[in-house]
Ligand binder design. Structure first.
Ligand code: ZN
Length: 414
């Protein structure tokens, strides 16, 4: 599938530190040690509605990881999927009486435009579920050969007990898993399953639903196996980071890992699993079912500077849950104006320590708020000094030193 066009990343004259990130599986910060290009898989959208601020926050988080790795001197191999056939998409298409393919294409295109406006680096492989069906079928066959697949009516299930490490991504108890599974697309109560936590990998054809031929009869892929198949194909096993929102910890990332670890025994699926917090609005987590969504595209249409949207997101640590307010957007518009003003002066407060602070903050679990605070301080100092004449220690090349770092590390083009 076509990706979006990626902004250029300027080469930096300084190298950032080794990148550490919080790994849900081990429960702490881990040092990433890419061998060859750093390999990143981030779970993509199900394209049935426009990109809301919760999505933007997640993709920005992993954009910062991508950029931190690049600043540290690594190449990055980045893969993202699009779940362009799944229950929520088909349900929405039926509800609004539009062809599901058309709905998926329209919303995917909107997502690309939103990502491009926010200057999110594009994945090297942007891969749809539909185009990956042959990969999914191959993977199911391998899992069958490993004895990890069984049939209920015309559907195929993955047996979670086949992975001896099952539970290792989330660290959740079985009770917690059982409680949440049904709320997030699972069917713990279905009769005929060997274990209530087993997940569908092939959903046999239903009347009125699209289907594809397979050795197991006509049907379509389950959600989790789509990501497993795409990640294994494009990144292999033991890739550096699988990322997504914290609502993907279980079942999605747990199931992806389980399937991969049965297909490729002895190798972890990913070395680290990183999760972004949830964004609320009007007191509740932003979600389609609640209707409390702030859309990136709607803000863009009302001429909000995408760099100000990006600034709001950067003000929050990616792992925190937070609430979007319009006041934060207006404050970010002011910040962008101040920074632009300070950068337009050319000379300013010394830039080298700010560069170090920004790169160090981002390498330490993508701490964008600390990086932003360092630049706030530089801008305030630069504008304050200018008001009183240049300070003795003024840096004649401050703006020329800082601008490429703001661009490369934070994705801000000012
Ligand atoms: Zn996924």
């Amino acid at each position: 599938m076509r990706s979006w066009s990626s902004p250029e990343v300027p080469d930096l004259t300084v190298t950032g530190p080794v990148v550490r990130i919080h790994d849900t599986s081990s429960g702490g910060l881990v040092e990433t040690r890419p061998e060859g290009p750093a390999r990143l898989y981030v779970c993509g959208i199900t394209p049935y509605d426009a990109t809301h601020m919760g999505h933007a926050a997640t993709y920005l988080a992993f954009d910062l990881l991508n950029r931190a790795w690049r600043s540290a001197g690594h190449e990055v191999a980045y893969v993202q999927n699009v779940t362009d056939v799944d229950d929520p998409l088909l349900e929405r298409a039926t509800k609004v009486n539009i062809d599901w393919v058309e709905l998926a294409e329209r919303e995917t295109e909107l997502f690309r435009n939103d990502m491009q406006a926010l200057r999110i680096l594009a994945p090297d492989h942007y891969v749809g579920a539909v185009e990956s069906i042959p990969l999914v079928i191959d993977l199911i066959v391998r899992l069958q050969e490993a004895g990890a697949i069984y049939q209920v009516d015309t559907d195929l299930y993955f047996s979670v007990t086949a992975d001896t490490d099952f539970g290792g991504v989330s660290g959740w108890s079985r009770d917690e898993m059982l409680r949440i599974f049904g709320e997030r697309g699972g069917d713990p109560e279905r009769e005929g399953k060997q274990d209530p936590l087993d997940c569908v990998v092939w959903r046999g054809k239903r009347e009125g639903e699209p289907s594809w031929d397979s050795p197991f009869g006509p049907g379509r892929p389950g959600w989790h196996i789509e990501c497993t198949a795409i990640a294994l194909e494009h990144l292999g096993t033991a890739f550096d980071v699988q990322g997504g929102g914290s609502d993907l910890i279980f079942p999605h990332h747990e199931m992806c890992a389980g399937e991969a670890q049965v297909a490729e025994p002895g190798q972890p699926f990913a070395r680290a699993y990183a999760h972004a917090g949830m964004v609320a609005y009007d007191g509740e987590k932003m979600s389609k079912s609640k209707g409390n969504l702030v859309f990136v595209s709607a803000l863009r249409l009302s001429d909000v500077d995408p760099m100000a949207i990006r600034m709001v997101l950067l003000r929050h640590h990616y792992r925190s849950d937070w609430e979007w307010t319009d006041e934060q957007l207006w404050a970010a518009v002011d910040t962008v104006t101040q920074w632009r003003k300070a950068l337009s002066l050319g000379a300013g407060a010394p830039a080298a320590p700010v560069v170090s602070a920004v790169l160090a903050a981002l390498a330490e679990d993508l701490d964008a708020p600390t990086a932003v605070a360092a630049i706030d301080e530089w801008a305030a100092s630069t504008l304050g000094d200018t008001a009183h004449g240049l300070a003795d220690n003024s840096d004649p090349d401050a703006a020329a030193t800082l601008k490429p770092v703001l661009d490369a590390a934070l994705g801000l083009l000012l």
